[in-house]
Write a protein that binds this ligand. Structure first.
Ligand SMILES: [Zn+2]
Length: 291
């Protein structure tokens, strides 16, 4: 009898600890009122995003540019995604029902995206040219997932009063990055290329950085990797402009914003790893490959 009672107390303590865990980190704000789309429009938007992702994949397949399930880098990406996804519903309750997908495109392009509904794609170039650690991959993935969770694309569609994201970005000059890659050449016409090349507002970018850090920290990835990631992006961009930066302007502001919020996410990371938040070992990146 006594034992049972103790169990109940332990359970209550655990529950309050997990409730507390929900409240630290980056504070959750309400989703934008500018989401604009409701009901049938929202369903159509999701359907369109799915179509675009599948179209992008089938175009890439024709060029033999989609990594197969046994590709080690794809296995690595999916393992990282599996750790992050359980924490996404904190930022958007719908995410629990999303049909999450992760694919790797065999392309030197330095980019990655997550389309609405959890459809993720990484280009091999971002892994190899930046020599990303798992923590840094988690920061890219967290950032891209955050755009989808916070419905930034949908918000833009709402603002522009069009139900079709394709319509919103048709002919957008920003679509060019696919075209830089010879293997994916005419995939430039695909909807997904345009979705990936959507530029978001500064506010959306900041939100994606912070939500991304929070997601990664909860999944046990070092949020300080975000700083290393953006430093690497900046360094490599000096020699060769990279597409990720054409839609994600780098700069000191971004790094400063992340540093200013680091104290909120480091305890979350420490807890996830079972480490003392005051005695965290320094973050170690891997140097850029020699060019
Ligand atoms: Zn972004």
């Amino acid at each position: 009898m006594k034992k049972l009672k103790l169990k109940a107390v332990v359970l209550a303590l655990l529950l309050s600890a997990s409730a507390m865990a929900q409240n630290d980190g980056i504070p959750v704000s309400k989703l934008s009122r500018m989401r604009g789309l409701a009901g049938a429009d929202a369903a159509q938007f999701d359907q369109q995003s799915k179509l675009q992702y599948n179209q992008m994949l089938s175009e890439a397949h024709k060029k033999d540019a989609v990594a197969t399930d046994n590709n080690p880098q794809l296995i690595r990406l999916r393992a990282i995604a599996r750790r992050i996804i359980p924490f996404t519903s904190r930022w958007n309750p719908d995410a629990a029902k999303w049909d999450w997908q992760v694919n790797l495109l065999r392309s030197d392009t330095v980019n990655a995206f997550c389309m609405p509904g959890g459809r993720i794609a990484f280009y091999n170039g971002i892994l190899t040219k930046l020599n990303l650690t798992d923590d840094e991959v988690a920061m890219v993935m967290g950032h891209e997932i955050a755009h989808a969770l916070r419905e930034h694309a949908r918000e833009q569609a709402g603002k522009n009063n069009v139900t079709s994201l394709l319509g919103r970005v048709a002919g957008a000059a920003g679509a060019a990055y696919f075209g830089l890659d010879p293997r994916l050449g005419d995939a430039v016409g695909s909807g997904a290329a345009r979705v990936a090349s959507l530029s978001f507002s500064r506010t959306d970018e900041t939100e994606a950085d912070l939500v991304g850090m929070d997601l990664a920290a909860r999944a046990g990835f070092d949020p300080r990797a975000g700083i290393a990631l953006w430093q690497k992006m900046g360094a490599i961009n000096k020699n060769q402009p990279i597409s990720f930066l054409s839609t994600h302007p780098a700069g000191k502001d971004r790094i400063k914003e992340m540093n200013d919020n680091m104290h909120l996410v480091l305890p979350v990371y420490a807890r996830a790893k079972g480490l003392d938040p005051n005695k965290l070992p320094a973050y170690h990146s891997i140097a850029l490959p020699k060019s």
